[in-house]
Each structure stands twice: as structure tokens, then as C-alpha cells.
Design a protein around this ligand. Structure first.
Ligand code: RP5
Length: 185
């Protein structure tokens, strides 16, 4: 019996969304994280990685988080990406509840430009690691790319998609109209 939940509370699968074949689970502490974390989802989709996205707060819905993390590996999820702001314990608690690799995305919340979230994730005490990315959009995109790198170790399609993504990034050119040596348009 846990004091913070009604007596007899048991999370149901319907408390969160699952996607058949999902390899990555994206968790957020709040729907207010979605404008940034949508970039994680878009990047995963661009690489052809089936994933699922849920808002499950570690402090508002701890039993639901326990249920989700406890079942993730058995459903075939291989990486969790957790985003939260403030005293951002979502990634650390998720990492405590599963052996899967957990990547942390610190969100800018209401103060300190996200430094609070960054330190909450990066400064995990020894024993339970969280692979922490940069604050905000850069970390959100990089979390997807790092998840792809992990999955690429055993999935040739994802490896090819990641290599193609990086090649396109390297081949991109950046005209500076009007700058010395660049054309005017
Ligand atoms: C965290 O607090 C969330 O991850 C979010 O980044 C921040 C603010 O949440 P809301 O007050 O917008 O729900 O739990």
C-alpha cells in the first residue's frame, strides 16, 4: 500500500498508449513537454523507428510509471527516452524500474533555463545511469539519434537510415546570399 494512491489502485494498460512493434518509448512529465519532444518523435519517424509517446509523471503518477517501465522490455521496447523539467526525476526513476537504456532530455521549465533539469538527470548517483542529452530541442533530436545508434547495433535497416541521415547532413551546403564569395541570391 502506497500513501499517494487510492487504496486498491492498479494501473491498467489503458492508462497509457502502446504501439505494436514499438522499439522506443518516449515519456514526458507533462504534455507541456510535447512541443519540444515532438521533435524526438519526428526524428525517430524519419529514421523509420516505430515508437510510442506518453505523458507519465514520476511524481503525479508513480504507479503508472512503474507499470509502464515494468512491462516495456517484455513488449519489445529497447530504449526509453524520458523528458522532464524542474526537479526532473522521471528519467532516474524510469531507469530504476527497467534494465533498458534510459536517455534523459532536460526540459526548460519555469526557472534556471533548464539547468535544474540537466543536473537532476546528469547527476545520477552511481548504480543507476541516465544517458543525459542537452537541454531543449538539441537534446530532444539527439536523443532520437542516440537511440537510433543503439538500435543500429542489431538492426541493419536502422543502421542504414542513420548512415543516410548523417551523409545528408554532411552533404548539406549553406549559401550565404551576398556574403563574400557567395552569389547574390
Ligand atoms: C515537469 O514539470 C514536466 O516535465 C514539465 O517539464 C514541468 C512543468 O510541468 P507542467 O506544470 O507544465 O505540467 O514535471
Amino acid at each position: 500500500m502506497v500513501a499517494d494512491q487510492p487504496k486498491g489502485y492498479h494501473p491498467r494498460m489503458s492508462d497509457y498508449v502502446t504501439v505494436n512493434g514499438a522499439r522506443v518509448g518516449v515519456l514526458m512529465g507533462s504534455a507541456s513537454d510535447w512541443p519540444v519532444m515532438g521533435k524526438t518523435s519526428t526524428t525517430l519517424a524519419d529514421l523509420g523507428i516505430t515508437h510510442e509517446c506518453n505523458v507519465i509523471s514520476a511524481h503525479r503518477a508513480p504507479r503508472r510509471l512503474e507499470s509502464y517501465c515494468g512491462g516495456a522490455a517484455d513488449r519489445g521496447v529497447q530504449v526509453l527516452i524520458c523528458a522532464a523539467g524542474g526537479a526532473a526525476h522521471l528519467a532516474g526513476v524510469a531507469a530504476a524500474l527497467t534494465h533498458l537504456p534510459v536517455l534523459g532530455c532536460p526540459m526548460k521549465a519555469w526557472s534556471t533555463e533548464g539547468l535544474d533539469s540537466l543536473l537532476s538527470m546528469a547527476q545520477m548517483p552511481r548504480g543507476i545511469p541516465v544517458g543525459t542529452l542537452a537541454v531543449g530541442s538539441a537534446g530532444a533530436v539527439n536523443a532520437a539519434l542516440l537511440a537510433a545508434s543503439i538500435l543500429a547495433l542489431s538492426d541493419a535497416d536502422i543502421r542504414d537510415a542513420l548512415i543516410a541521415f548523417r551523409a545528408a547532413q554532411s552533404d548539406a551546403t549553406f549559401p550565404l546570399p551576398g556574403a563574400p564569395g557567395h552569389s547574390a541570391e
